[in-house]
Design a binder for this molecule. Structure first.
Ligand SMILES: [Zn+2]
Length: 91
């Protein structure tokens, strides 16, 4: 397909680390972008490092999730969540 071919050859400029995370999290939804980014990290050491750091972060998070959570952390997370929900409602 022509469109896909053009996107595959597109040289992506470096996305922000936040966008890198979004690209990785939504790989199913935006497959062409994901594939273009996959190609991008083969020649961009900067983005490759970001991907590795994100991977490490989620690995640690995943392990932490398996541990018993202290009540203080639950209370803190709830406070942050409530605050965020409040912000969204006020927008
Ligand atoms: Zn890059």
């Amino acid at each position: 397909m022509k469109i896909q071919h053009q996107i595959n050859r597109l040289q992506l400029s470096c996305p922000t680390p936040f966008d890198v995370e979004k690209i990785l999290m939504q790989s199913e939804k935006h497959q062409l972008l994901f594939r273009a980014f996959e190609e991008h990290i083969t020649y961009c050491p900067k983005c490759f490092r970001i991907v590795r750091k994100l991977h490490k972060f989620y690995e640690i998070l995943d392990n932490e999730m398996k541990n018993e959570v202290s009540p203080q952390i639950v209370a803190f997370a709830k406070a942050v969540y409530d605050e965020k929900t409040q912000d969204i409602k006020n927008e």
